[in-house]
Design a protein around this ligand. Sequence first.
Ligand code: KMH
Ligand code: ZN
Length: 310
Amino acid sequence: MSKSVIITCAPTGGIHTPTMSPHLPITPAEIATASIEAAEAGASIIHLHARDPETGKPDPRPEIFNQFLPVIKQSSDAVINVSTGGGLGMTMDERLLAATTASPEMASLNMGSMNFGIFPMLEKHSEWQHDWEEPFLEMTKDFIFPNTFRTIEYALKELGEGHGTKFEFECYDLGHLYNVKWFVDKGLIKPPFFIQMVFGILGGAGADLDNLMHMHTIANKLFGEENYEWSVLAAGRHQMPFATQSAMLGGNLRVGLEDSLYIGPKKLATSNAEQVTRIRSIIENLGLTVATPDEARERLALKGGDRVKF
Ligand code: KMH
Ligand code: ZN
C-alpha cells in the first residue's frame, strides 16, 4: 500500500508583498485563521513566517510569532514549523530567534547560500501599498541568501540538539543535497529526516520536471530511500503540477501563498485552504490518501506538540 501524502502549507512566507494579493495573510489573526483553515482542509504541517502587522514586512520578532503560534495550537493538531529562512536581509541570529524561543516540533533550514532573485516580480506592479516593497524586491538583484556551513551547523546544534526540533531541509539545487549528506556523515543529521526540494526560485534549480526526477534519484542514492521523507514545492504557476508529480512518485508536497499566490492561470487564490483543498482532491483522485498530523509526527519522529514552548 502506498504511504499517505504529507501536505505542508506555508500560509504567508517572506517573499510576496501585500500589494501582490489582498489574500496574503499579514496580521497575527490573519495568519492564525489561514493556518487553522489550511489544517482543517488537510495540511498536517504548517510552515510559518511572521510579518509586521502594520506594514506586512517580514518580521523576525518572537513576540509577533507568539501572537499566532498558541492560537493555531489551540485550534488544530497540525505540526507547527517555524521558518529560519525568515525574510531576505535578516541576520542569521534574527532568523533563528523565533524558533529558539518557541522550541517547535519543526523548523525550516536552508541548505546552501545562493542568489535569491525575486526582482522579476517588480514588473507586475507599478504602484505599491508600502514604501518598503519596491526596494525589498529591487535589492535582490545584488543579494546572496547566506546559509554557510558554520551557520547550518550552529542551527543543527542549537535548535536540533538543543531543542529536539526536527528540520524541513530546504534544498534549492543538487549541491544542497550534498550539503545535507555532509552533515549526515558528521552525525549532526539523523534519520528519519525531511527534505523539501524547491524549484523555480531564480538562483536555484528551475521548474523543470527533469530536475525533480534527478534530485529525487540523487537523494535516494545519497541517503537511502528508507532514511528520509521527501517533499516538493515549486514557485508560482509550477506549484500544483510539481506537487502532483511528487505525490505520483511517492513523495510529499507543499502548497500555500508563500510559494504561489495563484489557484489557476491569472486567478489569485482567495485563501490558503483553497490551495490545500485543490491538492487534496488531486491526491484523492489519484487513489492516494492524505496524512494526518499524527502520521506525519510518526514518520518524521517529531517530539510531539506537548513539548513546545508556546
Ligand atoms: N520560500 C521558500 C522558497 C524558509 O522559510 O526557510 C523557501 C522557504 C525558506 O520556505
Ligand atoms: Zn518559508
